[in-house]
Design a binder for this molecule. Structure first.
Ligand code: ADP
Length: 587
């Protein structure tokens, strides 16, 4: 009996073995009894039955197919019952009743509801029919019935009772065992369930800890990295020798590369921990695509690639609602990959309007290249974090394998899906649909910004700049940078000091770090905006954000600051902002 069989099936097989033995012994006793009474027909029947039981027993030891054995036994029982009633005995007595009860009980226990009912009917109906016929017409066939003496009846009765008791007690034990087993397994299940819950809780906590660790580490790495990039910018501005310039270029390139990786890790861990909130602000898709691809076109051209940007002209005058920062991130990643993995040929970025309804548009973004292509079996795995197509890719192109993972997660969070088509050696296409609500407003006339001014005459020389910054390396960097434009800034080491400086001094602009001890940049800006003197409360404040995260922007504006530059700031960007916010006053 194999362990996989249920308790009930095991009981059924056991019942058949013991049952065969009991029936065999009972039939043997009966045979001897009727044989010595010279009841030939009954003796032959008993002998035939003993043979059948022996064959079935042998069959069961050869193959434990208890179902077939039970059917065979029940069919024999039914035939014997019918032949006893209709032929050899031609009467219904207590033995008939016992046999019927045994068949009913046995068939239900062994074969279940349906077969049980069938064998019960097969055994009871002929007996009832016999009784009705006998009631009306005496003997029904011409064979003279056997006269059975008292000893045969006693042996049969005794054997049948034993069989009945055995079947019941055997199944009762099996049922009890089964119930106990079910109880045990449900207890075991509950134990496993609670174990599983603890494991899930642990896994969630460790995932949380991992993403917090990543986020803190990336943040901590960014700070010194900012200093490295800032310093190389400063050195670049101090007329280095050509060989020094080359080294500085490499230094700056590597530091920027490292920064991009750290930003990716930071962003990915943020997405994974579910902290991403999508903005819903007005923007124009044509402008946005021009901005995203502007820098990329140069990169592509440097590599000798042809870069084509096609944006559906119907989107030109539409103001859409959405999250331009996240779209930038997605397209930027796809275009960067296209450039990176295309040694020659072209890159084609297309934005087509798929459906233009009354107040929404569905847009298809597609980035196609004629690059190295991706193997079919890798088309899914490349979207896994830290996964690249092959080791050769890592060796040849570098990268972290995070870009597409970020893209995929960003799309999934908006219930969107990326489609990839690629042929090895011929190129790849990444595309996805996105739906945008359309604003009813007409796109305001864009006032073209005045040409970038030449600041050679140094119009900022007398600018009074207050810098709120706690990190001494950053302070030194800022001072050096501003000194290039002959600005001598005042330094406040935290937000509270910045507010004090504002109360007692006069400044034209504040550069405000956001994370500072005592009072952070947001609170300091709010305090300044509350000042009674409109000159002071209206002072331009530019936030200095160390964070690469995009949602900081909203917080900056909410705190009343005018603008932000993210560290490490590009000298040109900072200069432009200083000019934009102060030139009127100073000039
Ligand atoms: P990374 O660019 O840092 O390697 P990504 O997640 O952006 O990481 O891309 C994962 C992998 O997918 C890449 O390493 C590259 O093997 C494959 N891949 C992505 N874009 C392209 C493309 N345009 N052409 C060929 N392979 C690509």
């Amino acid at each position: 009996m194999s362990k996989e069989q249920s308790f009930l099936d095991q009981a059924r097989i056991r019942l058949l073995y013991y049952g065969f033995f009991l029936i065999f012994v009972a039939l043997g006793a009966l045979y001897l009894n009727v044989y010595f009474q010279n009841q030939k027909m009954l003796a032959d029947t008993a002998l035939f039955l003993m043979g059948s039981v022996a064959v079935l027993f042998k069959y069961l030891t050869w193959r434990p197919d208890w179902r077939s054995a039970a059917h065979a036994l029940l069919i024999i029982g039914t035939l014997v019952n019918a032949s006893l009633v209709y032929a050899s005995m031609q009467t219904v007595n207590i033995i008939t009743v016992q046999v019927i009860i045994i068949v009913i009980v046995f068939s239900y226990y062994m074969l279940g509801q349906q077969w049980g009912l069938m064998y019960s009917l097969l055994n009871t109906v002929p007996v009832l029919v016999f009784m009705i016929i006998e009631y009306n017409s005496g003997y029904i066939i011409s064979i003279k019935p056997n006269k059975v003496d008292q000893s045969t009846i006693i042996i049969s009765l005794f054997a049948n009772f034993i069989l009945l008791i055995f079947i019941h007690s055997h199944f009762y034990t099996a049922f009890l065992k089964n119930i106990r087993h079910l109880k045990n397994s449900s207890r075991e299940q509950a134990r496993l369930y609670s174990k599983m819950e603890t494991a899930i809780e642990k896994a969630e906590k460790s995932a949380q800890a991992k993403s917090e660790f990543l986020s803190i580490m990336s943040h901590e790495i960014r700070t010194p990295l900012n200093a490295v990039i800032g310093m190389s910018n400063l050195l670049m501005m101090s007329n280095p020798r050509p060989d020094q310039r080359e080294n500085l270029e490499i230094l700056k390139f590597s530091a920027n590369n490292l920064l991009a990786i750290v930003n990716d890790v930071l962003d990915f861990s943020k997405i994974e921990s579910g902290k991403v909130v999508f903005e819903n602000i007005r923007f124009n898709l044509v402008e946005l695509m021009n901005n995203i691809c502007g820098g990329q076109i140069l990169k592509a051209e440097e590599k000798g690639l042809l870069f084509k940007l096609d944006v559906d002209s119907s989107l030109r005058d539409k103001v859409l609602f959405g999250d331009p920062t996240r779209i930038t991130q997605i397209i930027f990643n796809l275009v960067s990959n296209a450039i990176k993995f295309t040694p020659q040929g072209n890159i084609w970025v297309r934005v087509t309007c798929v459906e233009d309804r009354h107040n929404t548009v569905t847009v298809n973004f597609s980035v196609r290249d004629t690059g190295i292509g991706i193997e079919k079996e890798n088309l899914e795995s490349i979207f896994e974090p830290f996964t690249q197509e092959s080791l050769a890719t890592t060796r040849e192109y570098g990268g972290t394998g995070l870009g597409l993972a970020i893209v995929k997660r960003l799309l999934e969070l908006q219930e969107l899906q990326m489609t990839v088509n690629s042929t090895m050696g011929r190129g790849s296409e990444f595309s996805f649909h996105m739906e945008f609500p359309v604003s009813t407003e007409v796109l305001p006339v864009v006032v073209t910004a005045p040409e970038t001014k030449q600041f050679s005459e140094n119009p900022l020389a007398c600018l009074r700049v207050l810098i709120a910054e706690d990190n001494m390396v950053n302070v030194m960097l800022m001072k050096k940078l501003l000194s290039k434009w002959s600005i001598n800034p005042t330094i406040a080491e935290n937000g509270e000091r910045a507010v004090e400086f504002m109360q007692y001094g006069n400044f034209d602009i504040i550069l405000m770090d956001l994370q500072m001890p005592v009072m952070n940049g947001f609170d300091a800006a709010k305090e300044i905006r509350k000042m009674a003197d409109p000159k002071k409360s209206g002072i331009p404040i530019i936030a200095l954000t160390a964070s690469a995260l995009f949602d900081i922007k909203e917080q900056v504006y909410e705190a009343g600051m005018n603008d932000y530059v993210s560290k490490p700031f590009k000298p040109d960007e900072l200069l432009e902002k200083l000019n934009n916010y102060t030139l009127n006053k100073v000039g």
